[in-house]
Design a protein around this ligand. Structure first.
Ligand SMILES: Nc1ncnc2c1ncn2[C@@H]1O[C@H](COP(=O)(O)OP(=O)(O)O)[C@@H](O)[C@H]1O
Ligand SMILES: [Mg+2]
Length: 282
C-alpha cells in the first residue's frame, strides 16, 4: 500500500503513551495525532478510514499517513474512553442505547465501502484446522467487530466515535450487534463480567442495543445462533492468535480468555431462549 508520508507540523510535541488496549504496543499521542504500529490489516483499515472520511462520517479517526518512524498517523479523537479502572457509568442504559445508535451510524457510512482489489482482510493467518464454520449468512458490510469499552469515545454522555479498526472485516449486521452485545450487555458467564456489569439484566440490555440500532426482525432472530457460532469459532481463533502473533494475544490467552469463551458458550446454551424472547418480543 502506498500510504502517504505524514508531513509533521513545525512545532514538536512529546509522545504520550496511550495505554488501554489489550493488544497494540506503542500507541502514543503526539499533539492532535495518534501514532500506532502498522498492523497486518492496515491496507483494509486505511482504505476504510478514507472511505469514512469521504462520506463525512464523524465517528472515526482520520487516517493522515505514515510518519518517519513507519507508524500510522491518525487524528486524536477527543472525549472519554472507558479505560481501567472502568468508569461508574459503564452500565448506564442511556449510554448503552447510544452505542447501538453509533453502530448504526457507522453501518450507514460503511455501506458503500468495498474491500479494495488485492487487499486481504484479517491478520494474515489461515484458519486453523478444526475451526467451526462462521454463521451461514452472506456478509453485508465491513464491520468493526471490536466494540470493547476501550474502543469507543464518548462525548456528553453519548458514544461519539469508534477507534481501533484493527480487526475490521466483512461480516453481517447480526455479527456486529452480537459483538457489541458481547461487551456491553455483556454476553458471558456473569462471574466473568466487569464488576460494574455484574447483576445487570443482560437480555434487557441486548434489547436496548437492538432497538437503538433498529435491528430487523430477521437479524434479532439470528442473534443467539450467531453468538453461539461466533463464540465456538473464537476459541480457535484466539488460540491461534496467541500462538502465532504472541504479544497481547498471548497475554489474553494466558490470562484465561479461552476458559471464559467456553463459559460464555455454556451460558448462551442455558440462556439463549430467554435472550431470544427478549429480543423478539413485540
Ligand atoms: N484516535 C484516537 N483518539 C483518541 N484516543 C485513542 C485513539 N487511538 C487510540 N486511543 C486510545 O489509546 C488506547 C489504545 O489504542 P487502541 O488503538 O485501541 O489499541 P489496542 O489495539 O491496543 O486496543 C485506546 O483505548 C484509546 O484510549
Ligand atoms: Mg483498542
Amino acid at each position: 500500500m502506498n500510504a502517504i508520508t505524514y508531513a509533521e507540523p513545525p512545532e514538536s510535541h512529546p509522545e504520550i503513551p496511550l495505554p488501554g488496549g489489550d493488544v497494540t504496543e506503542g500507541v502514543v499521542r503526539v499533539g492532535d495525532t495518534v501514532r500506532r504500529p502498522i498492523g497486518p490489516n492496515a491496507p483494509l483499515v486505511h482504505a476504510l478510514l478514507r472511505h469514512l472520511e469521504e462520506t463525512g462520517f464523524e465517528g472515526a479517526p482520520r487516517f493522515l499517513g505514515v510518519d518517519a518512524a513507519g507508524r500510522e498517523v491518525l487524528t486524536f479523537v477527543p472525549g472519554e474512553v472507558a479505560g481501567r479502572p472502568r468508569p461508574p457509568w459503564l452500565a448506564d442504559e442511556e449510554r448503552l442505547a447510544s452505542v447501538g445508535r453509533l453502530v448504526r451510524a457507522y453501518h450507514e457510512a460503511v455501506a458503500g465501502f468495498v474491500v479494495p482489489d488485492g487487499v486481504r482482510p484479517g491478520l494474515g493467518l489461515d484458519e486453523p484446522p478444526g475451526t467451526p464454520p462462521p454463521p451461514p449468512y452472506p456478509v453485508e458490510l465491513v464491520g468493526h467487530m471490536d466494540y470493547t469499552p476501550d474502543n469507543l469515545v464518548f462525548r456528553d454522555g453519548q458514544a461519539a466515535a469508534l477507534i481501533d479498526f484493527d480487526i475490521a472485516k466483512p461480516v453481517t449486521r447480526a455479527d456486529e450487534l452480537v459483538n457489541a452485545m458481547l461487551y456491553w450487555a455483556p454476553l458471558g458467564d456473569p462471574a466473568d463480567a466487569e464488576p460494574l456489569l455484574q447483576g445487570v439484566d443482560v437480555p434487557r440490555r441486548c434489547r436496548i442495543l437492538a432497538d437503538a440500532y433498529g435491528m430487523s426482525e430477521t437479524d434479532r432472530s439470528r442473534v443467539v445462533e450467531v453468538a453461539v457460532m461466533r463464540t465456538r469459532r473464537s476459541w480457535f481463533l484466539m488460540r491461534q492468535n496467541a500462538e502465532e502473533l504472541g504479544g497481547g494475544w498471548a497475554r489474553m490467552w494466558a490470562d484465561g480468555v479461552g476458559d471464559r469463551i467456553k463459559r460464555r458458550e455454556a451460558w448462551l446454551e442455558r440462556h439463549g431462549a430467554g435472550l431470544d424472547a427478549a429480543l423478539t418480543a413485540p
